[in-house]
Design a protein around this ligand. Structure first.
Ligand SMILES: [Zn+2]
Length: 202
């Protein structure tokens, strides 16, 4: 499914219905109890909370969190593609990496950190994540049409070598969380974006 088809699917959801659905999902995720069978559930839960907050702002519904080797969440980022104004670079992963670099100013590497996102990063974010040498990127579902994981084996040689240090992995989690990630992927592209409407010829 490409971005145009996603937009078509979105036509079934008006902005007010989307706002209502996001409120429902927000409640659902707040009361969700992580299943001990799935150790990634607590992190995916927080990633989805942040993703829903991004969608409620009028951005694409993607959040990202950064977890250190002791399991502590050190940073959270979210998509800022549309609000407060159009920024083509500010995907959730980029927002988080910008925060990390501004905070640590080159004194800390991303080795030994894990980043969680609702679905696999796009090619732009995938390349930056490889370039910064992050150890692991975990997600509960694949973005089969837009996700970057499928280009890993088509990267230029030097990038393939760098990518060996970075594990992009689909991780098991509760079905309820997967369903929310799927909604965010397919239904939260906002309808009221004239610039993007022109770019993609909606
Ligand atoms: Zn991206």
């Amino acid at each position: 499914m490409n971005i145009l088809q996603r937009r078509k699917i979105n036509e079934n959801i008006s902005m007010s219905n989307l706002a209502q659905k996001l409120n429902e999902l927000e409640k659902k995720i707040k009361t969700f109890t992580p299943d001990p069978k799935y150790p990634h559930d607590p992190f995916i839960k927080i990633t989805l909370e942040k993703s829903i907050a991004a969608a409620k702002e009028g951005n694409y519904g993607v959040g990202a969190i950064l977890v250190d080797k002791n399991g502590k969440i050190v940073l959270k980022g979210h998509n800022k593609l549309f609000k407060p104004y159009s920024r083509s670079d500010l995907h959730a992963e980029m927002d988080l990496l910008n925060q990390f670099e501004d905070k640590f100013k080159g004194e800390k590497s991303l080795k030994d950190f894990t980043l969680y996102v609702p679905f696999d990063p796009c090619p732009m974010c995938l390349c930056r994540l490889i370039f910064v040498g992050i150890s692991r990127v975990y997600f509960p579902i694949f973005d089969t049409d837009g996700g970057g994981v499928q280009i890993l084996n088509k990267l230029p040689l030097a990038w393939k070598k760098m990518a060996k240090n970075c594990k992009f992995e689909l991780v098991p989690c509760s079905l309820e969380l997967k369903k929310i990630a799927d909604f965010l992927l397919n239904k939260t592209w906002p309808e009221d974006q004239d610039l993007w409407r022109k770019i993609f010829n909606f």
